[in-house]
Design a protein around this ligand. Structure first.
Ligand SMILES: [Zn+2]
Length: 219
């Protein structure tokens, strides 16, 4: 039986099950409901809970920490490339192989990913900013491991460089999300409808980020 990691009580009217970003079960319950009633509810919903948490497990297994050993997988724009040490002077991608110079280490791979992340994120931000008629103060990349992007009160946008490992539609979602904060600082209905007018399928990308969170920890 999959047990709740946390039970949060509030003035709500019914019990709700939530799978958090780590794939853990969180129960939201009214104050008056007993522990036994909650566990009974959780017991009856096991099939649904298992189905949801399995998605997280499956995705977690897909991502292993990069150690620069033969056969390591490096994700780039959502595709996984196999690392091969080779007689090249800079990283080269061919087919599904990523050839790396013989003296490479994790830091050099990270620097290369950061360089590509900054170039792409600046380009995508400029593209969407024009269409949305907004102007960010600046665009930078960050080391953030807990969030993919942020927009400060003065409209400086920061992206986690690790976004370069995600598929392009997912990157675009984060770009549009942060650009939408220029006119809307909260996550209100107005904010989400702004995102939706630019990217009607944004929920799919937002969910992808949720279930592929482990990608943040591979490098
Ligand atoms: Zn936001």
């Amino acid at each position: 039986m999959i047990e709740p990691k946390q039970i949060i009580r509030s003035n709500r009217k019914s019990i709700a099950l939530v799978i958090n970003n780590k794939g853990e079960l969180i129960v939201r319950a009214p104050r008056a409901v007993s522990q036994a009633q909650i566990m009974n509810f959780v017991g009856r919903k096991q099939a649904w809970i298992k189905e949801k948490t399995d998605i997280y497990k499956k995705n977690d297994e897909k991502y292993a920490v990069i150690t620069m050993s033969a056969g390591d997988k490096v994700f780039f724009l959502g595709k996984d490339y196999t690392l091969v040490s080779s007689d090249v002077s800079d990283i080269v991608m061919e087919g599904m192989v990523m050839y790396i110079p013989q003296n490479s280490n994790v830091k050099s791979l990270r620097d290369w990913l950061k360089k590509n992340a900054l170039l792409l994120l600046k380009e995508r931000t400029q593209y969407y900013a024009q269409g949305m008629d907004v102007v960010p103060h600046s665009v930078k990349i960050s080391e953030a491991k807990t969030r993919w992007g942020s927009c400060s009160p003065d409209n400086s946008i920061n992206y986690s460089w690790r976004l370069i490992m995600c598929p392009l539609p997912v990157i675009d979602y984060v770009v549009v999300h942060e650009l939408s904060h220029i006119t809307q600082k909260d996550h209100s209905k107005a904010f989400w409808s702004r995102v939706e007018t630019v990217l009607p399928n944004y929920k799919e990308q937002r969910n992808w980020l949720k279930i592929n969170r482990k990608l943040m920890d591979v490098i």
